[in-house]
Ligand binder design. Structure first.
Ligand code: SF4
Length: 439
């Protein structure tokens, strides 16, 4: 009988992509998918190290799974546990020491070996080498019929922002060859995909070569894949401001397949804090970049990430962040209180900001960001918007689509709309999702 697997994914889109790939590899290798973790032979936890207490969450899940494993053993059944993702990379053998029921620990660049590990069951238990090239060469192209797909084009980061674990958990920057990305997008389009989101921890640093050109950066790559006829929308995430070049801005300006929405983290509006964070750009440079993009692409909307209460952040520094937010005006954003990630340079910094102050600052900042998001969304009321319908909704005859600016839209229809691009009129706005009528 086929062994079944269940993948639980924590965290970011890169992890979703890796989980999709492990899913495809396991199906290709004769395993089958279980509907939930309690009904499976193999539990795979794809972990994330970005959020606070990621490893605590993992160990509490492992505690539950090890009881489950013991009970299965009593009735003569096998149950394998694989920990993959960034916590696996960061903690390595420590996971095996703390929880003996774990069978394998597999870093993000070793996921291609999971089927082999599960079939032979006699390999070493920890696999955390940095093998980006080998990983991408071994991944299969999915034939799953999906309207919108995530495609990893780049992995790792050389920026070393002082608070971030990515350079340590995902390693040095690696860009996939253009031909491989083109083939994956082309295959996705053949299977009904109309939208791709190109992924990378530092996606705008993408650099490869192909077709006799030595240096192909993100703008050119978008131009190349946009030649795939039925592909209608191109997005990418996450970018560093220093890597946004004129070629990419021009691609947005002249290529209608480029969606007018850019996630461009700044983290803080204070030069002092940006320098402490090792972000390698100033507040002024960020604002100038936003203006340059806006001048060329007037309908571009921006989202960002903010860290509040970084060590040494004074009231004045925080005010500078608020001023920057008011000046730029973001369509949406992610914001968090700073918390130290073990092993990062920021974790050793002093001038720690008390939790109470961090929480108050975050509340204040989120109030402004939410107001901006609300104002941005309200500006679409009663307007005509083009949406791509990506999925069925939670209630009967409901469908969910996305606008070019990534806002979710609910529409009702008795016929199947998934995969359709429609013009709709925005009629209502509830908790940041739109409700619309087909025109
Ligand atoms: S650019 Fe992004 S991924 Fe790279 S170190 Fe900075 S925060 Fe982390």
């Amino acid at each position: 009988m086929q062994e079944t697997f269940f993948i639980k994914t924590y965290g970011c889109q890169m992890n979703n992509y890796d989980s999709e790939k492990v899913n495809d590899l396991l199906l290709f290798n004769g395993f089958s998918k279980a509907e939930d973790i309690e009904k499976t032979d193999i539990a795979i936890l794809n972990t994330c190290h970005i959020r606070e207490r990621a490893s605590e969450k993992l160990y509490s899940d492992l505690g539950r799974l090890s009881v489950f494993k013991k009970n299965k053993k009593k009735i003569g059944k096998n149950f394998s546990i694989v920990v993959m993702g960034c916590v696996a990379q960061a903690e390595g053998d420590e996971i095996l020491k703390r929880n003996k029921s774990v069978d394998y620990v597999v870093g993000p660049q070793n996921i291609q070996i999971i089927p082999k590990l599960l079939k032979k069951k006699n390999f070493k238990k920890t696999h955390i080498d940095f093998l980006s090239e080998e990983k991408f060469q071994s991944l299969t192209s999915s034939n799953e019929n999906k309207v919108s797909r995530l495609i990893t084009i780049q992995e790792g980061c050389d920026k070393f922002c002082s608070f971030c674990v990515v350079p340590y958990t995902r390693g040095a920057e690696f860009s996939r060859p253009v031909e491989d990305i083109f083939a994956e997008v082309n295959n996705a389009e053949k299977n009904g995909c109309l939208e791709v989101t190109l992924l990378g921890q530092n996606v705008s640093s993408y650099q490869s070569s192909a077709f006799g050109e030595k240096k192909i950066r993100l703008g050119k790559l978008c131009s190349i894949i946009s030649r795939i006829r039925n592909l209608k929308r191109i997005r990418y995430v996450t970018s560093h401001p220093n890597d946004i070049d004129d070629e990419l801005i021009n691609e947005h300006k002249f290529n209608e397949k480029m969606m007018p929405f850019l996630h461009l983290p700044i983290q803080s509006g204070s030069d002092k804090i940006l320098q402490r964070m090792n972000r390698k750009h100033t507040r002024k440079e960020y604002i100038q970049l936003i203006k340059r993009i806006k001048n060329n692409v007037p309908d571009m909307a921006f989202s960002s990430d903010f860290i509040v209460g970084y060590p040494g952040e004074s009231d004045y520094d925080f005010q500078e962040t608020l001023e920057l937010i008011k000046e730029v005006k973001f369509a949406s954003s992610y914001s968090f209180c700073y918390s130290a990630r073990p092993g990062t340079p920021a974790a050793t910094q002093d001038e720690i900001i008390p939790d109470e102050i961090k929480k108050n600052r975050l509340k204040h900042l989120q109030k402004i960001l939410l107001k901006q998001q609300d104002e941005f969304n309200k500006s679409f009321l009663d307007k005509k918007v083009e949406i791509l319908v990506t999925a069925k909704g939670k209630i009967e005859n409901q469908y969910v689509g996305r606008t070019p600016h990534l806002q979710p839209v609910h529409i009702m229809s008795s016929s199947d709309l998934v995969g359709k691009i429609l013009n709709i009129k925005i009629e209502r706005l509830t908790s940041f999702s739109f409700h619309g009528k087909i025109l």
